[in-house]
Design a protein around this ligand. Structure first.
Ligand SMILES: Cc1cc2nc3c(=O)[nH]c(=O)nc-3n(C[C@H](O)[C@H](O)[C@H](O)COP(=O)(O)O)c2cc1C
Length: 200
């Protein structure tokens, strides 16, 4: 199974990237092919000019094409996802998410834009023909704790929310069940099960 992580923040102290760091660490324990991209990996002129001749852009497109699962985290900027993320999404060909499962996450300053992923990002993912769109995860800045070093870390409650989203992501059977009848299962077990299903 192949998973691609896409970040939408180029901030050096990015909170949405902290969530992706956590997810990357969890997924690295599994036997999956994992890649990660961020707008800052590309030459800005390649991104804004949609330079399809760029090798970096072509490599990114290949990663998207070969991914079974795409995990996207973006900051909320002016009530929507980041413009930098849009540049990356615009480089995905028509129907480029067909057959893929997508987990969208966002960080925002307040709950005021709780639905930003649903009304702004999800329609774009649907237009790209994503086959399975998981419930979005919206996190406010106060869910992060400051460390002694002055950086941020995920609070335990936030880590649990992310784990729950990963459980849904890696458990297709569980995802079809009604939430109230779904019993919590360990992330690693369900991921291994999905891995086995994907390679069957
Ligand atoms: C230019 C700009 C616009 C923002 N607009 C919003 C907004 O409309 N709604 C909101 O909830 N937070 C907004 N925020 C706050 C960020 O979404 C929030 O701090 C987020 O965690 C930043 O993510 P990052 O650290 O990964 O870049 C904005 C921040 C910036 C810098």
């Amino acid at each position: 199974m192949s998973v691609l992580i896409i970040g939408g923040s180029t901030s050096t102290t990015s909170k949405s990237e902290i969530i992706l760091d956590y997810i990357e660490t969890r997924l690295n324990r599994l036997n999956i092919n994992l890649s990660r991209v961020n707008p800052s990996d590309f030459k800005p002129s390649d991104l804004v000019n949609y330079n399809f001749a760029s090798e970096d852009i072509q490599r990114y497109q290949q990663k998207v094409a070969s991914a079974d699962v795409i995990i996207i985290a973006t900051p909320v900027y002016q009530a929507a996802y980041s413009g930098a993320l849009k540049l990356l999404l615009d480089l995905i060909p028509q129907k480029g998410l067909e057959g893929k499962t997508v987990l969208p996450l966002a960080t925002g300053g307040s709950l005021g834009h709780l639905l930003a992923l649903d009304y702004a990002l999800k329609p774009v993912l649907s237009a790209l023909a994503a086959s399975r769109l998981l419930s979005s995860v919206f996190v406010t800045d106060d869910a992060f704790e400051r460390t002694d070093a002055g950086t941020y870390r995920l609070a335990d409650t936030l880590a649990q929310r992310v784990d729950t989203a990963l459980d849904e992501l890696f458990s297709p059977v569980q995802a079809l069940a009604r939430p109230e009848t779904t019993s919590a299962r360990p992330f690693t077990d369900s991921a291994a099960e999905f891995s086995a299903l994907a390679s069957a």
